[in-house]
Design a protein around this ligand. Structure first.
Ligand code: SAM
Length: 482
Protein backbone atom coordinates (compact mmCIF):
# COMPACT_ATOMS: atom_id res chain seq x y z
CA UNK A 1 0.00 0.00 0.00
CA UNK A 2 1.29 3.46 -0.69
CA UNK A 3 2.37 5.15 2.51
CA UNK A 4 0.08 8.14 2.26
CA UNK A 5 -2.99 5.89 1.90
CA UNK A 6 -1.96 3.66 4.79
CA UNK A 7 -1.19 6.63 6.97
CA UNK A 8 -4.66 8.01 6.22
CA UNK A 9 -6.22 4.98 7.90
CA UNK A 10 -6.74 5.11 11.69
CA UNK A 11 -3.79 3.62 13.55
CA UNK A 12 -6.00 1.72 16.01
CA UNK A 13 -7.85 0.16 13.07
CA UNK A 14 -4.60 -0.96 11.44
CA UNK A 15 -3.27 -2.41 14.72
CA UNK A 16 -6.45 -4.41 15.19
CA UNK A 17 -6.42 -5.72 11.61
CA UNK A 18 -2.79 -6.85 12.03
CA UNK A 19 -3.98 -9.13 14.84
CA UNK A 20 -7.00 -10.56 13.00
CA UNK A 21 -6.60 -14.38 13.00
CA UNK A 22 -5.89 -15.81 9.55
CA UNK A 23 -5.74 -12.44 7.78
CA UNK A 24 -2.90 -11.92 5.32
CA UNK A 25 -2.39 -8.36 6.48
CA UNK A 26 0.09 -7.36 3.76
CA UNK A 27 -2.24 -8.47 0.97
CA UNK A 28 -5.18 -6.85 2.73
CA UNK A 29 -3.44 -3.52 3.05
CA UNK A 30 -2.07 -3.69 -0.50
CA UNK A 31 -5.63 -3.97 -1.84
CA UNK A 32 -6.15 -0.32 -0.89
CA UNK A 33 -3.92 0.54 -3.87
CA UNK A 34 -6.44 -1.05 -6.24
CA UNK A 35 -9.24 1.06 -7.64
CA UNK A 36 -12.74 0.33 -6.37
CA UNK A 37 -15.20 -1.49 -8.61
CA UNK A 38 -18.65 -0.34 -9.76
CA UNK A 39 -21.73 -2.53 -9.92
CA UNK A 40 -25.33 -2.65 -11.06
CA UNK A 41 -27.99 -5.20 -10.23
CA UNK A 42 -30.58 -6.13 -12.85
CA UNK A 43 -34.24 -5.91 -11.86
CA UNK A 44 -35.30 -9.41 -12.85
CA UNK A 45 -38.94 -8.57 -12.08
CA UNK A 46 -38.75 -6.41 -15.25
CA UNK A 47 -36.13 -7.98 -17.50
CA UNK A 48 -34.11 -11.19 -17.70
CA UNK A 49 -30.33 -11.00 -17.38
CA UNK A 50 -29.94 -12.46 -20.88
CA UNK A 51 -32.04 -9.71 -22.42
CA UNK A 52 -30.31 -7.04 -20.39
CA UNK A 53 -26.93 -8.29 -21.59
CA UNK A 54 -28.17 -7.85 -25.17
CA UNK A 55 -29.61 -4.37 -24.54
CA UNK A 56 -26.99 -2.79 -22.24
CA UNK A 57 -25.65 0.30 -24.02
CA UNK A 58 -22.33 0.23 -22.12
CA UNK A 59 -19.88 -2.62 -21.42
CA UNK A 60 -20.82 -4.89 -18.52
CA UNK A 61 -19.25 -7.97 -17.03
CA UNK A 62 -20.90 -10.53 -14.76
CA UNK A 63 -20.22 -10.41 -11.03
CA UNK A 64 -19.46 -14.09 -10.44
CA UNK A 65 -21.03 -14.37 -6.98
CA UNK A 66 -24.32 -12.51 -7.61
CA UNK A 67 -26.64 -14.03 -10.22
CA UNK A 68 -28.00 -10.73 -11.52
CA UNK A 69 -25.03 -8.47 -10.70
CA UNK A 70 -22.70 -6.81 -13.23
CA UNK A 71 -19.55 -4.72 -13.11
CA UNK A 72 -19.47 -1.60 -15.27
CA UNK A 73 -16.58 0.71 -16.03
CA UNK A 74 -15.88 3.88 -14.10
CA UNK A 75 -16.40 5.99 -17.23
CA UNK A 76 -19.80 4.50 -18.12
CA UNK A 77 -22.76 6.61 -17.11
CA UNK A 78 -25.49 4.10 -16.25
CA UNK A 79 -27.63 6.76 -14.56
CA UNK A 80 -27.77 8.74 -17.83
CA UNK A 81 -29.65 6.02 -19.69
CA UNK A 82 -33.45 5.71 -20.11
CA UNK A 83 -33.30 2.09 -18.89
CA UNK A 84 -32.23 3.39 -15.49
CA UNK A 85 -35.41 5.50 -15.32
CA UNK A 86 -37.44 2.47 -16.37
CA UNK A 87 -36.09 0.78 -13.21
CA UNK A 88 -34.22 -1.95 -15.08
CA UNK A 89 -31.26 -1.83 -12.68
CA UNK A 90 -30.01 -0.46 -9.38
CA UNK A 91 -26.49 0.88 -8.92
CA UNK A 92 -24.84 -0.88 -6.00
CA UNK A 93 -21.37 -1.68 -4.76
CA UNK A 94 -20.74 -5.36 -5.72
CA UNK A 95 -20.10 -6.76 -2.21
CA UNK A 96 -23.20 -4.96 -0.92
CA UNK A 97 -25.32 -7.03 -3.32
CA UNK A 98 -24.37 -10.24 -1.55
CA UNK A 99 -26.59 -10.33 1.59
CA UNK A 100 -29.93 -9.93 -0.25
CA UNK A 101 -28.75 -12.44 -2.86
CA UNK A 102 -28.31 -15.04 -0.09
CA UNK A 103 -31.68 -14.51 1.65
CA UNK A 104 -34.15 -16.71 -0.24
CA UNK A 105 -37.17 -14.38 -0.40
CA UNK A 106 -39.93 -15.96 -2.49
CA UNK A 107 -43.23 -14.68 -3.93
CA UNK A 108 -45.82 -14.62 -1.15
CA UNK A 109 -43.35 -14.05 1.70
CA UNK A 110 -43.79 -11.25 4.21
CA UNK A 111 -40.36 -9.59 4.20
CA UNK A 112 -38.95 -6.88 6.47
CA UNK A 113 -35.91 -4.74 5.74
CA UNK A 114 -35.39 -3.11 9.12
CA UNK A 115 -32.68 -0.56 8.19
CA UNK A 116 -33.48 -0.20 4.52
CA UNK A 117 -32.46 3.23 3.17
CA UNK A 118 -31.52 3.97 0.46
CA UNK A 119 -32.85 0.61 -0.71
CA UNK A 120 -29.99 -1.47 -2.11
CA UNK A 121 -31.22 -4.61 -0.39
CA UNK A 122 -34.92 -3.69 -0.30
CA UNK A 123 -35.11 -3.28 -4.10
CA UNK A 124 -33.54 -6.73 -4.54
CA UNK A 125 -35.98 -8.34 -2.10
CA UNK A 126 -38.94 -6.43 -3.56
CA UNK A 127 -38.07 -7.73 -7.04
CA UNK A 128 -37.80 -11.30 -5.69
CA UNK A 129 -41.39 -11.10 -4.36
CA UNK A 130 -42.80 -10.53 -7.87
CA UNK A 131 -45.67 -8.46 -6.44
CA UNK A 132 -46.90 -11.28 -4.19
CA UNK A 133 -46.67 -11.10 -0.42
CA UNK A 134 -45.44 -7.99 1.33
CA UNK A 135 -42.29 -5.90 1.64
CA UNK A 136 -42.06 -3.66 4.70
CA UNK A 137 -39.04 -1.38 4.26
CA UNK A 138 -38.17 0.71 7.29
CA UNK A 139 -35.60 3.36 8.10
CA UNK A 140 -35.54 5.39 11.26
CA UNK A 141 -34.55 8.51 9.31
CA UNK A 142 -37.50 10.12 7.55
CA UNK A 143 -35.36 11.84 4.92
CA UNK A 144 -33.58 8.59 4.11
CA UNK A 145 -36.91 6.72 4.08
CA UNK A 146 -38.09 9.18 1.39
CA UNK A 147 -35.15 8.21 -0.82
CA UNK A 148 -35.92 4.57 -0.06
CA UNK A 149 -39.53 5.01 -1.19
CA UNK A 150 -38.38 6.66 -4.42
CA UNK A 151 -36.01 3.79 -5.20
CA UNK A 152 -38.67 1.15 -4.54
CA UNK A 153 -41.12 3.05 -6.75
CA UNK A 154 -38.52 3.36 -9.48
CA UNK A 155 -38.03 -0.39 -9.26
CA UNK A 156 -41.79 -0.89 -9.72
CA UNK A 157 -42.33 -2.76 -6.43
CA UNK A 158 -46.12 -2.75 -6.00
CA UNK A 159 -46.61 -4.59 -2.68
CA UNK A 160 -44.66 -2.19 -0.53
CA UNK A 161 -45.08 -0.51 2.82
CA UNK A 162 -42.43 2.10 3.69
CA UNK A 163 -42.14 3.15 7.32
CA UNK A 164 -39.89 5.57 9.19
CA UNK A 165 -40.38 4.04 12.58
CA UNK A 166 -38.38 3.10 15.63
CA UNK A 167 -37.79 -0.67 15.46
CA UNK A 168 -39.16 -1.01 19.03
CA UNK A 169 -42.56 0.17 17.79
CA UNK A 170 -42.48 -2.08 14.76
CA UNK A 171 -41.78 -5.04 17.05
CA UNK A 172 -44.92 -4.28 19.06
CA UNK A 173 -47.06 -4.29 15.90
CA UNK A 174 -45.44 -7.19 14.05
CA UNK A 175 -44.67 -9.97 16.59
CA UNK A 176 -43.72 -13.24 14.82
CA UNK A 177 -45.04 -11.75 11.57
CA UNK A 178 -42.30 -11.96 8.92
CA UNK A 179 -41.05 -14.97 6.98
CA UNK A 180 -37.77 -13.23 6.09
CA UNK A 181 -35.97 -10.29 7.70
CA UNK A 182 -32.84 -8.50 6.63
CA UNK A 183 -30.96 -6.42 9.17
CA UNK A 184 -28.27 -4.50 7.31
CA UNK A 185 -27.18 -2.76 10.44
CA UNK A 186 -25.84 0.76 10.92
CA UNK A 187 -22.13 0.09 11.45
CA UNK A 188 -18.70 1.69 11.62
CA UNK A 189 -18.26 1.20 7.84
CA UNK A 190 -14.63 0.02 7.94
CA UNK A 191 -15.26 -2.09 4.84
CA UNK A 192 -16.06 1.05 2.85
CA UNK A 193 -12.91 3.06 3.72
CA UNK A 194 -11.65 2.71 0.13
CA UNK A 195 -14.98 3.93 -1.30
CA UNK A 196 -15.87 6.70 1.15
CA UNK A 197 -13.06 8.63 2.78
CA UNK A 198 -15.45 10.46 5.12
CA UNK A 199 -15.92 7.17 6.98
CA UNK A 200 -12.21 7.23 7.87
CA UNK A 201 -12.56 10.66 9.47
CA UNK A 202 -15.67 9.60 11.44
CA UNK A 203 -14.21 6.33 12.71
CA UNK A 204 -13.32 5.72 16.34
CA UNK A 205 -13.22 2.65 18.60
CA UNK A 206 -15.90 4.29 20.76
CA UNK A 207 -18.22 4.62 17.76
CA UNK A 208 -17.80 0.93 17.04
CA UNK A 209 -18.57 0.03 20.66
CA UNK A 210 -21.65 2.23 20.67
CA UNK A 211 -22.92 0.76 17.40
CA UNK A 212 -22.31 -2.76 18.71
CA UNK A 213 -24.88 -2.04 21.42
CA UNK A 214 -27.35 -0.64 18.86
CA UNK A 215 -26.89 -3.75 16.69
CA UNK A 216 -27.59 -6.09 19.61
CA UNK A 217 -30.82 -4.22 20.34
CA UNK A 218 -31.86 -4.42 16.67
CA UNK A 219 -31.06 -8.15 16.51
CA UNK A 220 -33.28 -8.80 19.54
CA UNK A 221 -36.15 -6.93 17.90
CA UNK A 222 -35.64 -8.70 14.58
CA UNK A 223 -35.94 -12.07 16.34
CA UNK A 224 -39.20 -10.89 17.94
CA UNK A 225 -40.65 -10.06 14.51
CA UNK A 226 -39.53 -13.29 12.85
CA UNK A 227 -42.09 -16.07 12.71
CA UNK A 228 -41.02 -19.60 13.74
CA UNK A 229 -39.24 -21.21 10.82
CA UNK A 230 -38.36 -17.74 9.44
CA UNK A 231 -34.94 -16.58 8.28
CA UNK A 232 -32.87 -13.58 9.33
CA UNK A 233 -29.96 -12.15 7.35
CA UNK A 234 -27.65 -9.94 9.42
CA UNK A 235 -25.06 -7.90 7.54
CA UNK A 236 -22.60 -5.07 8.07
CA UNK A 237 -19.93 -3.36 5.99
CA UNK A 238 -17.35 -3.40 8.73
CA UNK A 239 -14.48 -5.66 9.80
CA UNK A 240 -14.96 -4.81 13.51
CA UNK A 241 -15.26 -8.13 15.44
CA UNK A 242 -17.66 -6.77 18.05
CA UNK A 243 -20.08 -5.69 15.28
CA UNK A 244 -19.75 -8.93 13.32
CA UNK A 245 -19.09 -12.30 14.98
CA UNK A 246 -19.50 -10.53 18.34
CA UNK A 247 -23.08 -9.58 17.46
CA UNK A 248 -23.87 -13.10 16.24
CA UNK A 249 -22.33 -14.64 19.39
CA UNK A 250 -24.65 -12.44 21.43
CA UNK A 251 -27.63 -13.53 19.34
CA UNK A 252 -26.87 -17.26 19.62
CA UNK A 253 -26.31 -17.05 23.38
CA UNK A 254 -29.47 -15.07 24.00
CA UNK A 255 -31.73 -16.85 21.52
CA UNK A 256 -31.19 -20.61 21.53
CA UNK A 257 -34.12 -20.82 19.11
CA UNK A 258 -31.85 -19.27 16.44
CA UNK A 259 -29.48 -21.42 14.36
CA UNK A 260 -26.76 -20.28 11.98
CA UNK A 261 -27.19 -21.58 8.44
CA UNK A 262 -24.45 -22.09 5.87
CA UNK A 263 -24.45 -19.45 3.11
CA UNK A 264 -24.23 -20.38 -0.56
CA UNK A 265 -20.52 -20.01 -1.08
CA UNK A 266 -18.07 -18.45 -3.49
CA UNK A 267 -14.35 -19.06 -3.74
CA UNK A 268 -13.50 -15.55 -2.52
CA UNK A 269 -15.68 -15.70 0.60
CA UNK A 270 -13.87 -16.15 3.93
CA UNK A 271 -15.46 -18.02 6.83
CA UNK A 272 -16.43 -16.21 10.01
CA UNK A 273 -13.71 -16.15 12.69
CA UNK A 274 -14.79 -17.82 15.98
CA UNK A 275 -12.10 -15.94 17.95
CA UNK A 276 -13.65 -12.69 16.73
CA UNK A 277 -16.75 -13.65 18.72
CA UNK A 278 -17.13 -15.91 21.77
CA UNK A 279 -15.16 -18.78 20.20
CA UNK A 280 -18.28 -20.74 19.18
CA UNK A 281 -17.12 -22.92 16.25
CA UNK A 282 -20.50 -22.45 14.53
CA UNK A 283 -19.41 -18.88 13.72
CA UNK A 284 -17.46 -20.23 10.75
CA UNK A 285 -20.86 -20.32 8.98
CA UNK A 286 -20.74 -16.51 8.88
CA UNK A 287 -19.15 -15.00 5.76
CA UNK A 288 -16.56 -12.25 5.57
CA UNK A 289 -15.73 -10.47 2.34
CA UNK A 290 -12.25 -8.97 2.22
CA UNK A 291 -11.21 -6.56 -0.56
CA UNK A 292 -7.95 -8.44 -1.25
CA UNK A 293 -9.87 -11.65 -2.01
CA UNK A 294 -12.77 -10.24 -4.04
CA UNK A 295 -13.48 -7.45 -6.52
CA UNK A 296 -15.52 -5.59 -3.96
CA UNK A 297 -15.38 -3.81 -0.62
CA UNK A 298 -15.50 -5.30 2.89
CA UNK A 299 -18.65 -6.98 4.16
CA UNK A 300 -19.91 -9.41 6.78
CA UNK A 301 -23.05 -11.54 6.80
CA UNK A 302 -24.75 -14.23 8.81
CA UNK A 303 -27.89 -16.16 7.88
CA UNK A 304 -30.00 -17.53 10.74
CA UNK A 305 -33.17 -19.55 11.09
CA UNK A 306 -35.68 -19.49 13.91
CA UNK A 307 -36.72 -22.92 15.17
CA UNK A 308 -40.24 -23.86 14.30
CA UNK A 309 -42.47 -25.82 12.01
CA UNK A 310 -42.28 -25.50 8.27
CA UNK A 311 -42.31 -21.81 7.51
CA UNK A 312 -45.60 -21.69 5.68
CA UNK A 313 -47.73 -24.04 7.83
CA UNK A 314 -49.48 -21.23 9.66
CA UNK A 315 -49.83 -19.30 6.47
CA UNK A 316 -50.45 -21.68 3.57
CA UNK A 317 -49.92 -20.80 -0.05
CA UNK A 318 -53.28 -20.30 -1.75
CA UNK A 319 -53.97 -21.31 -5.31
CA UNK A 320 -53.25 -17.82 -6.52
CA UNK A 321 -49.73 -18.17 -5.15
CA UNK A 322 -50.43 -15.65 -2.40
CA UNK A 323 -50.21 -16.76 1.18
CA UNK A 324 -52.98 -16.12 3.69
CA UNK A 325 -56.50 -14.88 3.39
CA UNK A 326 -57.57 -12.40 0.77
CA UNK A 327 -57.73 -8.99 2.47
CA UNK A 328 -61.20 -7.67 3.16
CA UNK A 329 -62.52 -4.91 0.93
CA UNK A 330 -60.68 -1.82 2.08
CA UNK A 331 -62.72 0.52 4.32
CA UNK A 332 -61.84 3.43 2.03
CA UNK A 333 -62.70 1.63 -1.21
CA UNK A 334 -63.49 4.06 -4.04
CA UNK A 335 -67.12 5.08 -4.35
CA UNK A 336 -69.05 4.58 -7.58
CA UNK A 337 -68.07 7.92 -9.06
CA UNK A 338 -64.36 7.59 -8.20
CA UNK A 339 -64.29 4.05 -9.51
CA UNK A 340 -65.85 5.27 -12.74
CA UNK A 341 -63.10 7.91 -13.11
CA UNK A 342 -60.34 5.35 -12.52
CA UNK A 343 -61.97 2.90 -14.89
CA UNK A 344 -62.23 5.57 -17.60
CA UNK A 345 -58.48 6.11 -17.33
CA UNK A 346 -57.72 2.37 -17.37
CA UNK A 347 -59.89 1.98 -20.49
CA UNK A 348 -58.23 4.90 -22.25
CA UNK A 349 -54.71 3.61 -21.46
CA UNK A 350 -55.71 0.03 -22.23
CA UNK A 351 -54.77 -1.34 -18.80
CA UNK A 352 -56.51 -4.47 -17.46
CA UNK A 353 -53.78 -5.94 -15.29
CA UNK A 354 -51.09 -4.61 -12.99
CA UNK A 355 -47.68 -6.22 -12.56
CA UNK A 356 -48.87 -9.32 -14.41
CA UNK A 357 -51.95 -9.90 -12.20
CA UNK A 358 -55.56 -8.98 -13.08
CA UNK A 359 -56.46 -5.55 -11.66
CA UNK A 360 -58.05 -6.20 -8.25
CA UNK A 361 -60.53 -3.53 -7.16
CA UNK A 362 -60.68 -4.91 -3.63
CA UNK A 363 -57.13 -3.63 -3.17
CA UNK A 364 -57.84 -0.01 -4.12
CA UNK A 365 -58.11 2.56 -1.39
CA UNK A 366 -58.78 6.30 -1.58
CA UNK A 367 -57.35 8.66 1.01
CA UNK A 368 -57.75 12.43 0.62
CA UNK A 369 -58.20 12.06 -3.13
CA UNK A 370 -55.12 9.86 -3.48
CA UNK A 371 -55.67 6.37 -4.83
CA UNK A 372 -53.55 3.46 -3.59
CA UNK A 373 -53.28 -0.19 -4.49
CA UNK A 374 -52.87 -1.98 -1.15
CA UNK A 375 -50.45 -4.88 -0.70
CA UNK A 376 -52.17 -8.25 -1.10
CA UNK A 377 -51.75 -8.86 2.63
CA UNK A 378 -53.12 -6.89 5.59
CA UNK A 379 -50.52 -4.66 7.27
CA UNK A 380 -51.16 -3.88 10.98
CA UNK A 381 -50.22 -0.22 10.77
CA UNK A 382 -52.10 1.13 13.79
CA UNK A 383 -49.76 3.51 15.65
CA UNK A 384 -47.03 3.04 13.04
CA UNK A 385 -45.58 6.04 11.22
CA UNK A 386 -45.45 5.28 7.50
CA UNK A 387 -44.70 7.10 4.28
CA UNK A 388 -46.55 4.71 2.01
CA UNK A 389 -48.76 1.65 2.29
CA UNK A 390 -49.35 0.22 -1.15
CA UNK A 391 -48.66 1.49 -4.62
CA UNK A 392 -49.64 5.09 -5.40
CA UNK A 393 -51.94 4.77 -8.40
CA UNK A 394 -52.76 8.44 -8.86
CA UNK A 395 -55.12 11.14 -7.69
CA UNK A 396 -58.62 12.39 -8.28
CA UNK A 397 -58.31 15.95 -9.56
CA UNK A 398 -61.10 18.13 -10.94
CA UNK A 399 -63.35 15.11 -11.40
CA UNK A 400 -60.67 13.25 -13.36
CA UNK A 401 -58.17 10.54 -12.49
CA UNK A 402 -54.52 11.54 -13.00
CA UNK A 403 -52.18 8.51 -12.96
CA UNK A 404 -49.12 8.60 -10.69
CA UNK A 405 -45.55 7.83 -11.68
CA UNK A 406 -45.32 4.69 -9.45
CA UNK A 407 -48.20 3.16 -11.45
CA UNK A 408 -46.31 3.68 -14.72
CA UNK A 409 -43.25 1.93 -13.29
CA UNK A 410 -45.19 -0.99 -11.77
CA UNK A 411 -46.69 -1.85 -15.15
CA UNK A 412 -44.99 -4.61 -17.05
CA UNK A 413 -44.00 -4.46 -20.67
CA UNK A 414 -47.01 -4.58 -23.01
CA UNK A 415 -49.38 -4.14 -20.05
CA UNK A 416 -50.75 -0.86 -21.41
CA UNK A 417 -52.42 -0.99 -24.81
CA UNK A 418 -51.82 2.73 -25.37
CA UNK A 419 -48.05 2.51 -25.40
CA UNK A 420 -45.58 4.65 -27.34
CA UNK A 421 -42.36 2.72 -27.43
CA UNK A 422 -39.18 4.44 -28.62
CA UNK A 423 -35.71 2.92 -28.92
CA UNK A 424 -33.58 3.69 -25.86
CA UNK A 425 -31.20 5.77 -27.99
CA UNK A 426 -34.01 8.09 -29.16
CA UNK A 427 -33.14 11.54 -27.71
CA UNK A 428 -36.84 12.19 -27.06
CA UNK A 429 -36.71 9.84 -24.08
CA UNK A 430 -34.14 11.95 -22.22
CA UNK A 431 -36.10 15.07 -23.28
CA UNK A 432 -39.22 13.51 -21.69
CA UNK A 433 -37.26 12.86 -18.49
CA UNK A 434 -36.33 16.57 -18.46
CA UNK A 435 -40.03 17.45 -18.59
CA UNK A 436 -40.32 18.40 -22.27
CA UNK A 437 -43.29 17.76 -24.58
CA UNK A 438 -42.50 15.35 -27.43
CA UNK A 439 -43.44 15.35 -31.10
CA UNK A 440 -44.96 11.96 -31.96
CA UNK A 441 -45.59 10.93 -35.53
CA UNK A 442 -48.82 9.07 -36.40
CA UNK A 443 -47.20 5.62 -36.82
CA UNK A 444 -45.61 5.82 -33.36
CA UNK A 445 -48.76 5.89 -31.23
CA UNK A 446 -51.66 3.43 -31.21
CA UNK A 447 -54.18 6.23 -30.54
CA UNK A 448 -54.54 9.77 -31.82
CA UNK A 449 -55.24 11.37 -28.46
CA UNK A 450 -55.45 10.78 -24.72
CA UNK A 451 -53.35 8.99 -22.12
CA UNK A 452 -50.36 7.04 -23.40
CA UNK A 453 -47.54 5.24 -21.63
CA UNK A 454 -44.10 6.22 -22.93
CA UNK A 455 -41.68 3.30 -23.02
CA UNK A 456 -38.00 2.67 -23.82
CA UNK A 457 -37.91 -0.46 -25.98
CA UNK A 458 -41.22 -1.47 -24.41
CA UNK A 459 -40.19 -0.74 -20.79
CA UNK A 460 -42.50 1.84 -19.17
CA UNK A 461 -40.97 5.24 -18.31
CA UNK A 462 -43.99 7.47 -17.61
CA UNK A 463 -47.33 8.83 -18.79
CA UNK A 464 -48.16 11.56 -21.24
CA UNK A 465 -51.25 12.89 -22.98
CA UNK A 466 -51.31 12.91 -26.75
CA UNK A 467 -52.84 16.01 -28.35
CA UNK A 468 -52.43 16.84 -32.05
CA UNK A 469 -49.22 14.85 -32.49
CA UNK A 470 -47.62 16.16 -29.30
CA UNK A 471 -47.18 14.08 -26.15
CA UNK A 472 -47.86 16.46 -23.27
CA UNK A 473 -45.41 15.65 -20.52
CA UNK A 474 -46.91 14.15 -17.33
CA UNK A 475 -43.60 13.14 -15.77
CA UNK A 476 -43.88 14.60 -12.26
CA UNK A 477 -41.70 17.64 -11.52
CA UNK A 478 -40.04 15.92 -8.55
CA UNK A 479 -38.87 13.05 -10.74
CA UNK A 480 -37.37 15.07 -13.59
CA UNK A 481 -33.67 15.10 -14.38
CA UNK A 482 -31.78 18.36 -14.71
N1 SAM B 1 -29.71 -1.56 3.67
C1 SAM B 1 -29.40 -0.30 3.08
C2 SAM B 1 -29.07 -0.50 1.60
O1 SAM B 1 -28.72 -1.61 1.22
O2 SAM B 1 -29.23 0.46 0.83
C3 SAM B 1 -28.28 0.40 3.81
C4 SAM B 1 -28.57 0.55 5.26
S1 SAM B 1 -27.39 1.50 6.14
C5 SAM B 1 -26.10 0.39 6.34
C6 SAM B 1 -28.08 1.58 7.71
C7 SAM B 1 -29.36 2.37 7.82
O3 SAM B 1 -29.85 2.19 9.14
C8 SAM B 1 -29.24 3.88 7.64
O4 SAM B 1 -30.05 4.28 6.57
C9 SAM B 1 -29.75 4.47 8.95
O5 SAM B 1 -30.55 5.62 8.76
C10 SAM B 1 -30.55 3.33 9.52
N2 SAM B 1 -30.65 3.26 11.00
C11 SAM B 1 -29.77 3.69 11.91
N3 SAM B 1 -30.22 3.41 13.15
C12 SAM B 1 -31.40 2.76 12.98
C13 SAM B 1 -32.36 2.22 13.87
N4 SAM B 1 -32.20 2.27 15.19
N5 SAM B 1 -33.47 1.67 13.35
C14 SAM B 1 -33.67 1.62 12.00
N6 SAM B 1 -32.80 2.12 11.12
C15 SAM B 1 -31.68 2.68 11.60
Amino acid sequence: MNDSRESSLPQAFLERMKKMPGLDYDCFIKSYENPRTFGLRVNTAKISCEEFERLAPFPIQRIPWVENGYFYGEKSRPAACPYYYAGLYYLQEPSAMTPASRLPAAPGDFVLDLCAAPGGKATALGAALRGQGLLVANDISTSRARALLRNLELFGVPNLCVTDEKPEKLARSFPAFFHKIILDAPCSGEGMFRKEESLIRDWSPEKSRRLAQVQRGLLDLAVTMLRPGGMLMYSTCTFAPEEDEGAISFLLERHPEMTLLPIQGFEGFSPGIPEAGNGDPRLTDCVRIFPHKMQGEGHFMALLKKDGPSLYQSHPVSQSGKRGKKPKLSPAAPGKNTRGLIQAFLDEAGITSLGGQPFDWSRTEVRSGNVYYLPPAPVPLQEISFLRNGLFLGEIKKNRFEPGQPLALALHRREAGACISLPAADPRLMAYLRGEALPISPGEAPGVKGWHLLCADGFPIGFGKLVNGVLKNKYPAGWRIL
